[in-house]
Design a protein around this ligand. Structure first.
Ligand SMILES: C[S@@+](CC[C@H](N)C(=O)[O-])C[C@H]1O[C@@H](n2cnc3c(N)ncnc32)[C@H](O)[C@@H]1O
Length: 240
């Protein structure tokens, strides 16, 4: 066998369309290149969504991910959303306005280690404290008591160790059939967004899923609009 004929032989384990040099794998490579390029530009142009606003209030969210959150809230109609990471209050206000529009009785508990806003809304309770402190967890437990559907959104300190603690502690509040959204795993896949001092949420999610068979990653929801800040972020709690 000559070397040129050898180079045309694809590994037997790959299905036909995946063979190197096939039009399909070429299209896939181009698509992946364009998506990554566009995502990098989007993040750079928006200052990683640091200037995005909801009705004039800063909301640090990728707008495509926000749409997925909106769809999930409309689907689940949760009684309670627990959010860690309030910052300027934009995300909790957005969730409160969705409840207003849906006309349900939903309420939100949002937790931050410091108060950095002047926002208020009758549906939102603002709790100041670390999300992983025993006292905070006790207050969350009281807040969700009796709720039929609880959605948890983790968006505080994104260091791996903190995220893993949050995942472990907040798992109990997620009602079967609902979700825990662990935000910003993107920082582990996009070098510019990495913490200089360690890993972010993605390895924490991977560890969590291995240890918690009652949860599974909803990949369709994660990749709904292709470009997401929350790879592997939508964790579905299986019905009992
Ligand atoms: C990414 S921001 C939250 C953005 C907000 N959810 C939004 O969409 O606009 C992260 C927030 O987490 C808070 N934070 C950091 N460490 C925390 C901790 N241990 N417990 C609770 N909040 C924490 C920070 O003060 C910061 O306001």
């Amino acid at each position: 066998m000559t070397s040129s004929s050898h180079s045309r032989v694809a590994p037997a384990s790959l299905p036909e369309p995946e063979r190197r040099g096939s039009p399909l794998s070429f299209n896939r490579a181009i698509r992946s290149f364009v998506e990554k390029r566009f995502f990098r530009n989007l993040i750079s142009r928006t200052g990683n969504f640091s200037r995005t606003k909801w009705l004039g209030i800063h909301i640090r969210q990728n707008v495509m991910d926000l749409w997925t959150i909106q769809e999930t809230i409309a689907e689940l109609k949760p009684d309670v959303i627990v959010e860690t990471g309030t910052l300027e209050g934009g995300s909790s206000l957005f969730y409160a306005h969705l409840f207003d529009l849906m006309g349900t009785a939903g309420k939100i508990l949002t937790i931050d280690i410091q108060k950095q806003h002047n926002v208020s809304h009758p549906r939102v309770t603002y709790l100041v404290g670390s999300s992983t402190d025993a006292g905070t967890i006790e207050q969350v437990r009281k807040f969700v008591a009796g709720a039929k559907t609880v959605l948890v959104i983790l968006d505080s300190d994104h260091h791996r160790e903190h995220v893993k603690k949050e995942l472990d502690l907040y798992a109990e509040f997620v009602t079967p059939g609902s979700y825990m959204l662990c935000q910003d795993g993107v920082m582990d896949v996009m070098p510019k967004l990495r913490y200089p001092d360690g890993d972010g949420p993605l390895p924490a999610i991977q560890d969590f899923v291995k240890e918690h068979p009652e949860f599974q990653v909803d990949h369709e929801r994660c990749e709904r609009f292709i470009l997401t800040h929350h790879p592997m972020g939508w964790l579905y709690r299986k019905p009992v």
